[in-house]
Design a protein around this ligand. Structure first.
Ligand SMILES: [Fe+2]
Ligand SMILES: [Fe+2]
Length: 268
């Protein structure tokens, strides 16, 4: 079974290239199960009900989130939708669920969202959070996909190795930069340190260059705006068998190559 995991959708240009990929690259017929990280879907920060409604038109199976889950006021309401999950290692009693179990042609698929702790806001331990969820999830699912939303490559490497043989795939998100380390670990867990993002490749991690450069130059807070030029969908495709063992993990980019001709899909 082919599972597509799409990196963080950044703002309207990210949503537009995702829609374009569904229409012109025929994502739905190519993949059996589609997961999208939506933590930056609304204006680059968080998600709103309106944006979720827009994304739900695309027949996506599951949305994961990250450190920007609650940036918009609608964040809590969005989490009431059963296709949307938030990081599992937030404190107990936070609204929403840290994992979801969904139907697929090979039976149940569990998707778990976890936050890293290195260079990020303090949260509960992602390693132990997985351990406590896994014993329950394993009763219902052989296919288990983990979105590890984290900054440090070492922490992501470590979780991949820790979950090898238990998760079908551990895919990293959050940095918005795709890494060149797709691999199958010894006990058949697919792994990549970062999927990348879905948005403009012309700016800095999806945002207009100038305000981010100014922030580095001045150390003053700046308002970041979503860039719209040269958008790309960055994803991985994981092929798993019925026992949840990964057979392959491959890069998916749409379009394949960005020619840096300043192409703007939309005016924003
Ligand atoms: Fe993030
Ligand atoms: Fe992100």
């Amino acid at each position: 079974m082919k599972i597509l995991f799409v990196g963080d959708i950044v703002g309207r240009s990210g949503r537009q290239i995702l829609k374009d990929a569904f229409k012109n690259f025929d994502l739905r017929s190519k993949y059996d199960f589609i997961i999208v990280n939506a933590e930056n879907a609304a204006g680059g920060f968080g998600i709103t009900n309106k944006v979720l409604e827009e994304l739900l038109q695309l027949d996506i199976d599951c949305f994961t989130m990250g450190n920007h889950t609650f940036d918009k006021r609608d964040g809590e309401q969005v989490l009431l939708h059963d296709k949307v999950i938030r990081p599992a290692n937030l404190p107990p009693n936070v609204v929403g669920s840290g994992y979801g179990i969904f139907n697929s042609k090979l039976g149940n698929v569990a998707v778990i969202n976890l936050l890293g702790r290195v260079f990020m806001q303090p949260v509960d331990c992602p390693f132990r959070s997985f351990d406590s969820l896994f014993s329950e999830i394993k009763k219902e699912c052989d296919i288990v996909i983990v979105d590890f939303h984290a900054e440090a490559t070492s922490e992501k490497n470590a979780l991949g190795c820790y979950l090898d043989g238990r998760a079908s795939a551990v895919v990293g998100t959050h940095t918005h930069v795709p890494t060149a380390d797709c691999k199958i670990l010894p006990n058949k867990t697919a792994y990549v340190t970062d999927v990348g993002m879905t948005g403009s490749t012309a700016g800095i991690i999806g945002f207009k260059k100038d305000s981010i450069i100014q922030k580095f130059l001045t150390c003053m807070p700046k308002k970041f705006e979503v860039e719209v030029i040269d958008p790309q969908l960055q994803a991985v495709c994981i092929d798993v068998d019925e026992r949840g063992r990964a057979k392959s993990i491959e890069r998916v980019f749409y379009p394949d190559v960005i020619c840096s001709e300043g192409e703007t899909l939309i005016n924003d």
